[in-house]
Design a protein around this ligand. Structure first.
Ligand code: BDR
Ligand code: CA
Length: 313
């Protein structure tokens, strides 16, 4: 199995990334770290614990990381993920029975990287603040990192400004650190994640599992569908984040091209945009793997199977 640290900001689609990583035998989920993004750090951390508790994911440490970007304002995506960051299922006020690791995310990640016998893959599905902070604070750990497979950016337009995707816009400086780190980076952006839409037939397959976890996932997807319809006019919401994990499980699932990627840090209207040189016009090294297409049928089979596995009989 591929050893993974999942760095996330749950978030409806992050929740499915956690579940897929925990459920599939092709992934060894070593840690879940959280970052401020879709909601405040306090909320994304609580949500990660809620997802683990609901899905019976135990023994995977969950630690909180950075509560704000390296530079610039804090932003959330309450319009998409609600006030809790995971609106829909109504988790109630009870504390989830999955604890928060007492270490901060950087310490946990460092401990895991040093302890694991082989290099570990980092999978960020939120703003890149924690990952950049880790690389800046511990350059000596680079050799312990196999690669970085992230959800963020786009080869096309944004979703939070006309030019910028949410995860990159939240912390462009952190994204810039990651893309220029010299580590192997795979970017799965909106151009490919918008191809995996949770259509009614997918939701029906999950409902048909007939388990409490299946019902919770239906509630998540139903809420996500309502905000995506309201904000973007989409018929069905794109389940961005778990595509990273699916790619690690089955490398043939996502079609990739190699390209130079730069993060716009200054543009008056374009801060946070990923500038992807698909045609090699800059002459810069094509050192990033960029997702361009996906086998959606196999992706949804993985998601449904993960919810089935974790949900029990
Ligand atoms: C990304 O932003 C968040 O709202 C989602 O969880 C995903 O990681 C999509 O732009
Ligand atoms: Ca996310």
């Amino acid at each position: 199995p591929v050893p993974v640290i999942l760095d996330c900001d749950p978030g409806h689609d992050d929740a499915f990334a956690i579940m897929l990583a925990a459920a599939h035998p092709g992934i060894d989920l070593l840690a879940v770290t959280t970052v401020a993004g879709n909601q405040t750090l306090e909320k994304t951390t609580l949500n990660a614990r809620r997802v683990c508790a609901a899905a019976g994911i135990r023994g995977v440490p969950v630690a909180a990381g950075r509560d704000r970007p390296l530079r610039g304002p804090r932003r959330t995506a309450a319009d998409i993920h609600g006030d809790s960051g995971l609106d829909g299922p109504g988790f109630g006020a009870d504390e989830p029975d999955v604890p928060q690791d007492p270490r901060d995310a950087l310490t946990l990640a460092r401990d895991v990287l040093l302890a694991h016998p082989v290099p570990v893959t980092l999978v960020p599905t939120g703003p890149l603040t924690n990952i950049a902070a880790l690389l800046l604070a511990h350059p000596e750990l680079a050799g312990r990192i196999e690669r970085i497979v992230l959800m963020g950016g786009s080869t096309e337009r944004g979703n939070t400004t006309p030019a910028a995707e949410f995860n990159i816009l939240c912390d462009p400086e952190a994204a810039d650190v990651v893309f220029r780190s010299g580590l192997p980076v795979t970017m799965l952006g909106l151009n490919v994640t918008h191809q995996v839409r949770a259509t009614p037939d997918v939701v029906a397959r999950i409902a048909a599992l007939g388990t409490p976890l299946g019902a919770l996932c239906v509630d998540l997807l139903t809420y996500f569908a309502s905000t995506y319809r309201e904000v973007f006019g989409f018929d069905a919401p794109p389940l961005h984040d778990p595509l990273t994990v699916a790619h690690l499980i089955d490398p043939s699932l996502v079609g990739l091209v190699r390209a130079a990627v730069a993060v716009e840090l200054d543009g008056t209207h374009t801060r946070g945009a990923t500038v992807v040189d698909l045609h090699g016009v800059t002459g810069l090294p094509a050192d990033v793997e960029v997702g361009v297409d996906v086998d959606t049928g196999r992706f949804w089979d993985l998601i449904v199977e993960a919810v089935r596995t974790l949900g029990g009989p």
